[in-house]
Design a protein around this ligand. Structure first.
Ligand code: M6R
Length: 578
């Protein structure tokens, strides 16, 4: 995680770096730092958010900046990037250097003094050491030497106060160059500079890039020059603004009628019928995958194995020749999902990505991609990307089953669900002081219970657990008390009667029930403490309506508790470390 940005050109670097930092801040926001040079290094770094630097200024037409998600070393000013050596070199890093302790010991033995507890600072001192001992004081050559010693994942950028250049390298973390008119940028994400240029060069693993205001050169680790391929990226700045909503999360929840309608239009590529499908993903994307398993098995009649990417990558998974491995990811950068895909490819498997961010690392590595059309998702809590992933999975299941997914009226149904906001807020108000929640569902609604509980946990810090309702009596029912309300996802469905019995079991133990039920379900109203009636819809579409209702519930509970909804503590949007 962590966001990096660099600029070299004719304009003042500071305001450009500051805006860029705001855009990559979703990648981590424990601390922030900017270093510019005009022949002298100028540095600002602090614990906390970018906004604290808004009324400051640093001179210079070149600089690098960083927003941190702490891995090695606590959240403190001394561990904030950029790191400086000899008042001449500055470095920012995203990733984890796994062999940093060993390297640090060697450097300390040589007399290097460290100013932080981070793994990142090791890279700086390696580079500086090679620079000082190199025959021609060459930063590029020094970086080429240093990367050979690193194990782990990185995208880093380094500058020397006296040279009008930035040298950056990548292995395992995103890095790209934005090419402007007599100016160039480096960043973790194109949104950092999108209003200045849409011309982008993606730096690949094991590549090093040297950027000046007029040129860009790409090299491999051995110093051989590589061809540069420039692509135009789409994007506009409005989508990266809240447009009147108090939070990106709410804006993104409200956008779902459009993002779902757009994703409905996606034409799927031709995908041969596999004998078996393996789904790998993390977090919310993984819950979309779990629902995908139910749907694919039901409509395509293909067996599906659903795996959490972080576990899958360290197992010894069994692959069969006609397997298809599907990665689901909003960002396309999640380290564990990427590793799972690389493992599958190593075994010669066919891979497919269901991805939101175009040209992301996973999108470039899989054999085939289906892009969801959720648009940029800024809020750390995934909302519109999740429903877009579900739409793609439905379409895929139907296509593989030889049918077409119509999804009739889905955008209107989502609009109707959004109209439940006041009712949902009212219920959130009633339960605002509860510190524990249980979410239950069966069949298609079990993955929704998992997703609903995750949303609540991550933005409101309320403890929430999700179970398949049938599991309750195997242990979790012991938790039931007046203080642990249950969100029961119980629209009319094949398992409705079973859900009804489970709800009765909870009521018999003084548990409170908030039911998400089919409109007009009087029986459910009588037994529950609070009820949210979902719009009348085809059974297959109901999970999407449930998703939206649960997003609103989590959002309003978190808002009522005054939480930092778009940037919840300890989290980052894009998880590029394992
Ligand atoms: O970018 P990805 O979809 O691969 O991200 C996966 C998870 O990190 C992500 O869904 C995470 O769980 C969200 N914060 C959930 O809201």
């Amino acid at each position: 995680m962590c966001g990096i940005i660099g600029y070299v050109g004719q304009r003042d670097a500071y305001p450009l770096l500051l805006t860029g930092l705001e855009r990559v801040e979703y990648r981590g926001y424990d601390s922030v730092g900017i270093c510019t040079t005009d022949g002298t290094l100028h540095l600002l770094k602090e614990v906390g958010r970018v906004e604290q630097f808004k009324n400051k200024r640093l001179p210079g037409k070149q600089g690098i900046a960083h927003s941190r998600w702490a891995t090695h070393g606590g959240v403190s000013q001394k561990n904030a990037h950029p790191f400086i050596a000899h008042d001449a070199f500055a470095l920012v890093h995203n990733g984890i250097i796994e062999n940093y302790l060993e390297l640090k010991e060697e450097l300390i033995e040589k007399g290097v003094v460290f100013s932080s507890d981070t793994d990142s600072e090791v890279i700086l001192h390696l580079v500086v050491g090679h620079y000082q001992h190199g025959p021609d004081k060459n930063l590029l050559a020094a970086v080429q030497q240093a990367v050979k010693q690193l194990q782990g994942a990185y995208a880093f950028a380094v500058l020397n106060k006296d040279a009008e250049e930035i040298v950056a390298a990548r292995d395992g973390c995103p890095l790209l160059v934005g090419i402007g008119e007599r100016e160039n940028f480096i960043a973790s994400d194109a949104t950092a500079f999108i209003e200045h240029t849409q011309k982008v060069v993606y730096v690949d693993d094991f590549e090093i890039v040297r950027v000046t205001k007029d040129a860009l050169e790409l090299f491999d680790h051995d110093g051989a020059k590589k061809n540069v391929s420039i692509v135009e990226v789409r994007g506009n700045i409005e989508v990266a603004q809240k447009q009147g909503h108090p939070h990106f999360m709410l804006k993104e929840i409200m956008e779902q009628p459009q993002t779902i309608a757009e994703t409905m239009k996606v034409e799927l590529p031709r995908i041969g019928r596999p004998k078996r499908i393996l789904i790998v993903a993390c977090g919310t994307a993984s819950y979309a995958g779990l629902l995908g398993k139910y749907i694919l098995e039901k409509f395509a009649k293909i067996p599906v194995v659903h795996e959490t990417a972080s576990e899958f990558r360290y197992q010894e998974p069994l692959f069969y020749p006609d397997d298809l491995v599907i990665a689901i990811t909003q960002s396309g950068e999640t380290a564990d999902t990427l590793a799972a895909i690389r493992l599958a490819k190593k075994h010669g498997m066919k891979t497919l990505g269901i991805i939101n961010v175009r040209e992301s690392t996973i999108a470039r590595e899989v054999d085939q991609v289906i892009y969801t059309r959720a648009g940029p998702e800024i809020g750390v809590a995934s909302t519109k990307a999740f429903t877009a992933q579900l739409i793609v999975l439905y379409k895929l299941a139907f296509q593989l089953g030889g049918k077409k997914f119509e999804g009739k009226g889905i955008a209107t149904l989502i609009e109707e669900t959004l109209k439940l906001e006041d009712r949902i807020k009212e219920i959130a108000q009633k339960y605002v002081h509860n510190n524990h929640f249980l979410y239950i569902g069966r069949n298609l609604f079990y993955p929704l219970a998992l997703e609903g509980a995750l949303k609540l946990k991550e933005i409101s810090y309320i403890h929430a657990e999700a179970y398949p309702a049938g599991e309750l009596k195997h242990g979790p029912i012991a938790l039931i008390s007046e203080d642990m309300p249950t969100i029961a996802i119980c629209p009319r469905h094949e398992t409705y009667e079973k859900m009804f019995s489970n709800i009765q079991e909870i009521k018999a133990r003084q548990g409170k029930i908030i039911a998400l039920a089919s409109t007009g379900d009087e029986r459910m109203r009588e037994i529950s403490d609070d009820i949210i009636y979902l719009p009348k819809a085809d059974g297959l579409l109901t999970p999407l309506l449930v998703a939206v209702a649960l997003q609103l519930f989590a959002y309003h509970l978190a808002a009522l508790r005054g939480c930092d909804i778009d940037k919840p503590r300890n989290l980052a949007k894009s998880v590029t470390v394992e």
